[in-house]
Design a protein around this ligand. Sequence first.
Ligand SMILES: [Zn+2]
Length: 124
Amino acid sequence: MATVSSLDEAVELLAQLHGLAVDGERAALDARITELGAKLDAARREADQLQERIASLESENRTLKQAAAGSDEPVEVKNGCYRFDGDDALYCPLCWDNKRHKARTTRISSRQRVCGTCRSPVSA
Ligand SMILES: [Zn+2]
């Protein structure tokens, strides 16, 4: 990735600076310090671009998740339960409305079902 390579180059320059400082080569040291500053500026710009890209992707991801969740709404209320498209099972309306959780219900009498998750009775 671009930022990583810029930072690798900056670290390499820092090692060269240490060598030049030990050798007492003032002019070469100044040139390398200037080069290091430019590399660090480039790394900062690249990091800023990556942050903008991450924010953009997070926003897109949120939008897609909302769209996906919205497409999975119940299509019918049957016997007091929710039914979803392409699925004949009956689900607890409380679990769906409160937690967006699909919890199957089971029949306990001719007129009553119970949620397998919250144990709430659901009357037809
Ligand atoms: Zn429930």
